[in-house]
Design a protein around this ligand. Sequence first.
Ligand SMILES: *Cc1c(COP(=O)(O)O)cnc(C)c1O
Length: 404
Amino acid sequence: MDFDALFTAQLDALKDEGNYRIFAELERRCGEFPRAKSHDDEAPDEVTVWCSNDYLGMGQHPVVRQAMKDTIDSCGCGAGGTRNISGTNHHHVLLEQELADLHGKESALLFTSGYVSNWAALSTLGSRLPDCVILSDELNHASMIEGIRHSRANKVIWKHNDPEDLDRKLAALPANAPKIVAFESVYSMDGDICPMQEIVEVAEKHGAMTYLDEVHAVGLYGPRGGGISEREGLADRITLIEGTLGKAYGVVGGYITGSAAMCDFVRSFASGFIFTTALPPAVAAAATASIAHLKTSQIERERQKRQVAKLRRMLDQRGIPHLDNPSHIIPVMIKDPVKCRMLSDILMRDYGIYVQPINYPTVPKGTERLRFTPSPLHTDADLDHLVEALTILWKQCAIAHAVA
Ligand SMILES: *Cc1c(COP(=O)(O)O)cnc(C)c1O
């Protein structure tokens, strides 16, 4: 059987739709974020990254780098095992304490990534709570969807950010069944933020537990970087807060926080926690340093807000349509996969601007976009250069100047 022919046929279909993914090969330049060396022959040697999830540039912060280097020198590189079999390092325990404190919870549990934390925690809760029903926001991240699917629990999808729909759907379920309301704070594709207070109130009214993904908010929102739940003073009413160490904290890893009993439950039953090598101790130490830094330092968050607001204003002045939202994410709608890819290619090749096209299946067909995430380290000159380039391309490509 010609397996390669089978693979190629499906890849060709992706290419025909304009949805084939091409990775930009970069070398991030420490100390010069958001600058990176490009290994793409068509692009300039040095490019400016406009779509990083290292939202605050913490991946190159001196405090974070030093913690990682020191811990490699003191503990070596790998953890040496799963958490259960010789892999629990003192630095994992310190990080879990830091995370529990960040969200004001009794306990925290580390995973190798945010994806794994959602997948493992939702699979375990949904499969082990008898007759559990999981109510999932329709725009939840793939990692939550996969976790819910794997749990084989009953699933009910509620309308995006719609507490009334959630209320109706909760009311229709048996009163004594355990229910989990799963949702995100900042949705990263549209950059919208959930009505958290209303969702929490509806969940409380029906005795449901709340499962909140704060991946795109931790480090960025709240006086200590505890996310939208901290900013809104709602963290103590959320049963489980999940987050990543790979985005605003600039390292890698994922976690859940909540009651001691719940974290112990997931620790004891989650295959995705138990049967995998623990994160390197140096990664844990670097993440701890990053979290601790952002608990007290406001400079990064303030400067990021300033650059985000400034880019929005500049786009408005040039009539470049972007989704209006209250977050740090600026989606510029292109609404066509081929055009979206083409604009991204030209920005890279002619202007040294790297912004990845966001196409199906990450977003629905017809809502293709370029997604800009200004950081505290993008200068005013970077903003000018970007808006200048977009203005020229907008004229050339004759994309409607209407508001998206
Ligand atoms: C990126 C992301 C994750 C996964 O986190 P990683 O640490 O990158 O695996 C989970 N949820 C949402 C909403 C995300 O965008």
